[in-house]
Design a protein around this ligand. Sequence first.
Ligand code: SAH
Ligand code: SF4
Length: 376
Amino acid sequence: MNTPVNLLDFDVDGLVAWFAGLGEKPFRARQVMRWMHHEGCDDFDAMTDVAKSLRARLKDIAVIRPPVPVRDSVSTDGTRKWLLDVGNANAVETVFIPETSRGTLCVSSQAGCALDCAFCSTGKQGFNRNLSAAEIIGQLWLANKLLGAARETAADLEAGDKDNGRIISNVVMMGMGEPLANFDNVVTALRLMLDDHAYGLSRRRVTVSTSGIVPAMDRLRDECPVALAVSLHASNDALRDRLVPINQKYPLRELMAACQRYLERAPRDFVTFEYVMLDGVNDSDAHAHELVALVRDVPCKFNLIPFNPFPNSGFLRSGAERIRRFAGILIDAGIVTTTRKTRGDDVDAACGQLAGQVQDKTRRTMVRLKQSTEIR
Ligand code: SAH
Ligand code: SF4
């Protein structure tokens, strides 16, 4: 028998096309789409308004299969973390961060990462593989279901209310991996996040975080503009070449120009720059002044991330006072600047504490992943 098609791999257009191949009308595809994503349904038999013959056919050739959660931890502050098995001893993590006015889901895009940023343990572990669209959107599918939010999504969308205090109101592609290095699958998942037949989130509430793959930033702007966060982490090329090696290919001047181009079509009128605070490396007053000059022509906000150390990282976290001073210089220059606070650290879900256990193919060791998950 042929391997069944996982319907979570399709965005709406993709499913319409696949249904057309079966001789089925577009409205049938949209119907199934809503069952899957609004209702969190993975059982064709439960899709009561879909013709019985079609349900039987789908059961033969298709599945609705999200990744399998192998651990589910809840922090005392409500932060919830799922470890998802994605096969071949690879696992990725998804984190839900509840706040008073919103709930943010932090989603992974790759098992591992090839970009090897100096302070990132995902990078240290190397690249395992891209997640499929089903594995990416499957994280939202699962969280929506496990948080009991699927019904609510359906009700809000029916009422035409996209922004009404949903349990998961925001999604950030800030888990494991570089989303723009897995462009097609990430964009398919983003389209589902935005589509009213699926999750119906507004573009402003979906954020892609990138280390700065310039051509892919342009493609994202053209194909699926959502809110953008850029991992800057350095104020000049010499330092960024070392901390974020992709800078050697796309240096700061090109990155700033790409940010400006992005803003022409972005749903928000600023870029968020993420900046990890590394003691004695990128956190001096001089660095802060250099940053102010660097971003002069890019409407932006800064999000300072206190470094979360991991064994043999070779870096230390900047002190609280240093971070305050650094932030003060940016704020005095008129740049909105926030500092991430730690959430969920009792379940290792805080910024830089994600601990997806992933078998490293080259070293065959279990590696602790350090990821930033706390979003401002
Ligand atoms: N690959 C993408 C998105 C995932 S990483 C990117 O680099 O933007 C999400 C954020 O966590 C990035 O800004 C990343 O630089 C930061 N980060 C990685 N390791 C960290 C650590 N140990 N402590 C604090 N932040 C870290
Ligand atoms: Fe990859 Fe982002 Fe980590 Fe850099 S910071 S290695 S791009 S996941």
